[in-house]
Design a protein around this ligand. Structure first.
Ligand code: ATP
Ligand code: MG
Length: 185
């Protein structure tokens, strides 16, 4: 059987938002990154509010032939019990991440830019709405941008082309099952 390779008449970047309270937002974005590598696309992943707890994708992406580059920024969930870092530090980390994003956009250095947990960073006021809107406005026409995290701002939903909400039906944690590698991190 011959395999058809589709090609869009107009090649354009899309803004995709993955939000909601269920499990599968970050891993959905990682799935798009994996898919993009099959098209030889370069993927840049900048994770907001992550860096204190190891997650498999940090090294997993290194197995993808140098096509995917991932930078965790931050120190975990701000304001959640047990997180010892002050708001100012979380905010500074997120502000540094914004600068990193702007550099990627200015240099147009990837085909897909994934901003993992940026919705949470916005909700927690670690970044401002104006900053996220500016990031969206700086997106080159043919660059895909994926924004993840629960509680996506209505203005971000408005700006997006594709929005999916992951809704929790069940989560293992409710049965007191601890997070498992490969599934949860
Ligand atoms: P994943 O990274 O697995 O795709 P996610 O990005 O949708 O999850 P986050 O809010 O970023 O979800 O949380 C990441 C971690 O929290 C994962 O270990 C995930 O299993 C867990 N998690 C996700 N949704 C829930 C939930 N509704 N209740 C408890 N833990 C959750
Ligand atoms: Mg996530």
């Amino acid at each position: 059987m011959e395999i058809t390779k589709l090609k869009p008449k107009v090649k354009q970047g899309l803004v995709v938002v993955i939000t909601g309270n269920g499990k599968g937002k970050t891993t959905s974005a990682m799935g798009m990154a994996l898919r993009a590598t099959g098209h030889n696309m370069k993927v840049e992943i900048i994770q907001f509010m992550k860096g204190d707890i190891y997650s498999g994708e940090w090294d997993g992406v290194k197995r993808l032939d140098g096509l995917v580059h991932l930078t965790p920024t931050g120190k975990g969930f701000c304001g959640i019990q047990g997180n010892p870092y002050p708001f100012s530090e979380h905010r500074q980390n997120a502000q540094d991440a914004v600068e990193m994003v702007k550099t990627v956009l200015k240099n147009n250095s990837c085909d897909m830019l994934i901003l993992d947990e940026i919705n949470n960073a916005l909700q927690l006021k670690l970044v401002d709405l104006d900053q996220v809107l500016e990031i969206l406005s700086l997106r080159p026409f043919d660059m895909h941008m994926v924004l993840t995290g629960r509680d996506a701002h209505p203005a971000i939903l408005e700006a997006a082309d594709t929005v999916s909400e992951v809704r929790e039906i069940k989560h293992a944690y409710r049965k007191d099952i601890e997070p498992q590698p490969g599934i949860d991190y």
